[in-house]
Design a protein. Structure first.
Length: 310
């Protein structure tokens, strides 16, 4: 009887242990499939379908991540996923609210955007490691050295950490302490560009173009009188277009809108947006969703052209 009880106990403990291992093993196997399947959303042609599908997909991946938080594949999917969801959908709602001058909606979508980009940043920092988690918000000297010491092995996380932090600043402009991080964002993005010059561009052309789009946004964020630099901004946007063989329509859409406003150049604004709308989103099947977002923005900007250039 005692022997039987002992056997039952041992078997029970072994089963419990095996169950834990099976769970992690399942997640590891699934994560490989999820990473390979990720392009399906980037290739989506239906904006609304993607809008409805992505939150559920992200929460499913996050559920797997809770089971295995050290799984780098899941962390990578979540890092990119939350930044891209925030940019393509939450910020789109925010922009609609801004044009409508709906203050309540603007505040609501600012709050949502802050949550999305905070998640993106946190996942990126997890991969970047403890030093980044500790030193990112310390003195300028420490942050500068931290960024300089980051090599090509962390190019992906550095890029998305910079994108996320820049977006967090943009959605919290009423908080003076947040604006001070813009210089950190610029250093991070410039380090990514430097890595690309040293190690070569990544195979993913969209990822290769992203730091240039972000730097274009950064240098076109302020008026000339406030230190903005439209020439530098344009050079970055055009580099993004060059890298993607003019297929990343979002780079041209943002260039048209941001530099058009910054320089009060209505013709540039109109002509560039017209080029976007004359180019089919399917010109780059691998980034169809991003091109659909570009068309959506281009139509919105052109519909507001008279109001923008009063």
């Amino acid at each position: 009887m005692r022997l039987s009880l002992a056997l039952v106990t041992v078997v029970g403990l072994a089963t419990a242990q095996l169950g834990c291992d099976v769970g992690k093993f399942t997640v590891k196997t699934t994560s490989k499939v999820l990473l390979r399947a990720q392009p399906s959303l980037q290739q989506e042609a239906d904006y609304e379908m993607a809008r409805q599908a992505i939150p559920g997909a992200l929460k499913t991946v996050e559920g797997f991540w809770i089971v295995d938080p050290d799984n780098w594949r899941l962390t990578k999917i979540l890092t990119e996923g939350y930044c891209q969801y925030g940019t393509a959908f939450v910020e789109d709602d925010w922009e609609v609210a801004k044009f409508a001058k709906d203050l309540e909606a603007i505040d609501y979508h600012n709050t949502r955007a802050t949550k999305m980009f905070t998640r993106c940043l946190n996942y990126a920092l997890k991969t970047l490691g403890p030093r980044w988690q500790k030193e990112l918000f310390e003195t300028t000297e420490k942050v500068t050295k931290l960024i300089k010491d980051t090599g090509s092995g962390h190019r992906f996380e550095l890029l998305f950490a910079g994108l996320a932090l820049g977006s967090l600043v943009n959605h919290n402009l009423t908080r003076v302490e947040m604006i001070s991080y813009l210089s950190t964002v610029q250093l991070m993005l410039e380090r990514v560009v430097e890595i690309d010059k040293q190690a070569g561009l990544p195979a993913n052309k969209a990822h290769a173009a992203m730091p240039h789009i972000a730097l274009g946004m950064l240098h076109s964020a302020r008026a000339l009188s406030m230190g903005g630099d439209p020439n530098l901004a344009r050079s970055h946007f055009e580099m993004a277009l060059k890298i993607t063989d003019n297929k990343m329509l979002l780079a041209r859409t943002l260039m048209a809108y941001r530099i058009g406003l910054q320089t009060n150049d209505r013709k540039f604004f109109h002509d560039q947006l017209k080029i976007v709308l004359e180019t089919a989103p399917s010109v780059w099947p691998e980034q169809r969703l991003a091109n659909e977002v570009a068309h959506r923005k281009a139509r919105r900007y052109l519909s507001k052209e008279k109001d923008i250039f009063q």
